[in-house]
Design a protein. Sequence first.
Length: 73
Amino acid sequence: MKNRIKILRAVHNLTQEMLAKKLNVTRQTIIAIEREKYDPSLELAFKIAEVFNVKIEDIFIYENTNFTSFKEK
């Protein structure tokens, strides 16, 4: 899942370590999320949004090209 965490960290003058401490996770977790190697849990996503005072959808961009909508039969 794409995200804007690196940009938001820069705007808020936060290092990966500082953000990790605020969220009670490791720096490696922040690195993995920023590199799109790990999708955070819903709870962690809400916490990240709270730190930056934005909505989750302002941080995370869901791009699933395999998704098909449900249709009634």
